[in-house]
Write a protein that binds this ligand. Structure first.
Ligand SMILES: [Cu+2]
Length: 311
């Protein structure tokens, strides 16, 4: 379980559920329930480092998009000596032998073409941008809000427009403000696979593609003595994707995430609970954050464990 998810569920849901399962007769009354907290976001940094491998006769990747102010680091992974030399001679690494490297901070935006003086057919390019969007964390779902994040080499508080194109050309779909650390985020709601870009004052980030898939989650529940097993299957198949088991807790007025898992190679997951109580459950397909919903199963349930008399 990742620290992020621990933080997410530790807000109350897992504690409630744990108390419930371990002592079904005791009233579940934790001191406080903070509910659905926002999923912790990966902290963005004002600058980042991109790494380019120098191979035997090529730079890999040969094209890199960075934010103005980012540093590019080249590492010689080959047995030959190479150079990293700007075509306009703005910089020249000098000879780099195996296992050595070279770094360069890109101050402004624009394209920088470079090559190897010793093997002039080896060429590469860095595009430094004012705005960059992160690659989406996974496929989105039609009609479901999806978080987009990015970085900007712009002052805190600058407003950035997020534009989307799902076939009819780019149009504004969201706005975002640049935070102190240069990051920005916005929520978009695609209906189909869409290209996005961030725009400010005529400058646009490279576009990113959000693939949109209409997944269905099929769930079933079964009581096996004191154990309740909830099984889920996702179609179309999404092996490795994150699924969250939610329980309807009568005293808590809502659905609570109590377990998180990943779909196996057959796009299935299985959750086991130990409880004598009646259970109403559903299974939700989410982004890796465990919080952004992509699809939700119907409600499934089992009755309570029959009471034993006598003995
Ligand atoms: Cu070379």
């Amino acid at each position: 379980m990742s620290p992020a998810f621990t933080a997410f569920v530790a807000a109350g849901a897992l504690i409630v559920a744990a108390a419930l399962w371990s002592s079904p007769s005791a009233p579940a009354a934790p001191a406080s329930i903070s509910g659905r907290t926002a999923a912790p976001q990966r902290p963005a940094t004002a600058t980042a480092t991109a790494t380019v491998s120098i191979e035997f006769n090529a730079f890999s990747p040969a094209h890199v998009d960075v934010l103005a102010g980012d540093t590019v680091r080249w590492r010689n992974d080959s047995v030959r000596t190479h150079t990293v030399t700007a075509v306009d001679r703005a910089f020249d690494s000098g000879p780099i032998s195996g296992d050595e490297g070279f770094a360069r901070r890109l101050e402004g935006d624009g394209a920088v073409a470079y090559y190897c003086r010793l093997h002039p057919s080896m060429r590469g390019e860095i595009d430094a941008h004012t705005l960059l969007l992160d690659e989406p964390a996974g496929p989105g779902a039609p009609g479901h809000a999806f978080p987009l994040r990015g970085r900007a080499a712009l002052p805190t508080g600058t407003e950035v427009s997020i534009e989307g194109d799902d076939g009819g050309g780019y149009a504004p779909v969201a706005r975002a403000l640049v935070a102190d650390d240069g990051s920005f985020s916005a929520s978009v709601t695609p209906t189909t696979t869409t290209e996005y870009r961030a725009v400010r004052a005529g400058r646009a980030s490279p576009e990113v593609r959000l693939v949109v898939v209409d997944h269905a989650v099929l769930a079933s529940a079964e009581r096996l003595g004191r154990r309740v097993v909830v099984r889920a299957r996702v179609r179309p198949a999404a092996p490795g994707a994150t699924v969250v088991l939610q329980l309807r807790l009568r005293d808590r007025f809502g659905w609570w995430p109590v377990r998180r898992g990943r779909l196996d190679g057959a796009s299935r997951a299985r959750f086991a609970l130990s409880t004598g109580r009646a259970v109403r459950a559903r299974v939700r397909l989410t982004l890796p954050d465990g919080a952004t919903a992509l699809a939700t199963s119907s409600v499934v349930g089992v009755g309570p464990l029959p009471r034993r008399h006598g003995g």
